[in-house]
Write a protein that binds this ligand. Structure first.
Ligand SMILES: Cc1cc2nc3c(=O)[nH]c(=O)nc-3n(C[C@H](O)[C@H](O)[C@H](O)COP(=O)(O)O)c2cc1C
Length: 180
């Protein structure tokens, strides 16, 4: 963990956490499953919407897991992770990898192969980004995990069509439609 500036006191704000979540839910995100290996051969993963590109040079990305996430506690040992950007045909994986208490069985019936780091690349994801953990910052009830990108690829051809991402908006998921 690194030193960090103090965060605002939760008691000093004039709104509750439900309102905060509702308003912030109006910002649409893509949907990823971030994967890793624990003890060398046990795949782990969880659904994450807070993925972002951070820097081009050096190539850095980041995401924010809850500090009490079971999955992050297991994955953080490995020092690497792989971001899988889900397609609009993978809504089942979005919910499967998000359900609390199901951590051990999430890969049952899921097809994957190993990225260079060993972390799972989910078959049919529209893109994958393999990373080494550069730093982890504690921020309120989440960590910000900063990753250095070591390898990546996108599926330019999804059954002859451009890949379509899954989008999360106001608590629900759907597809993306390009203008024109
Ligand atoms: C669309 C979507 C996006 C999510 N994004 C995040 C996120 O950015 N950070 C996070 O901590 N949890 C996020 N979650 C919830 C986690 O997937 C869930 O809390 C986690 O899988 C619980 O299991 P764990 O304790 O094994 O981590 C998201 C869930 C969904 C459905």
């Amino acid at each position: 963990m690194s030193d960090q500036p103090p965060l605002p006191d939760a008691n000093s704000v004039a709104f509750d956490s439900k309102h905060f979540r509702t308003v912030l839910g109006h910002f649409p995100t893509g949907v990823t499953v971030i994967t890793g290996m624990a003890e060398g051969d046990r795949p782990h993963g969880f659904t994450i919407g807070s993925f972002t590109s951070v820097s081009l040079d050096p190539p850095l990305v980041g995401f924010l897991p809850q500090t009490d996430s079971e999955t992050w506690a297991l994955m953080s040992e490995a020092g690497s992770f792989c971001v899988n950007v889900l397609s609009d045909k993978q809504s089942d994986l979005c919910w499967k990898f998000a359900k609390s208490g199901t951590e051990a069985g999430r890969f049952d019936g899921v097809e994957w192969h190993a990225a260079p780091s060993g972390a799972p690349v989910l078959e049919r994801a529209v893109a994958w980004i393999d990373c080494e953990v550069e730093n982890v910052y504690e921020m309120g009830d989440h960590y910000f995990v900063l990753g250095r990108v070591t390898s990546l690829d996108a599926d330019a051809d999804h059954d002859g069509l451009p890949p379509q991402p899954l989008v999360f908006y106001r608590g629900t998921i759907g597809g993306f439609s390009a203008e024109g």
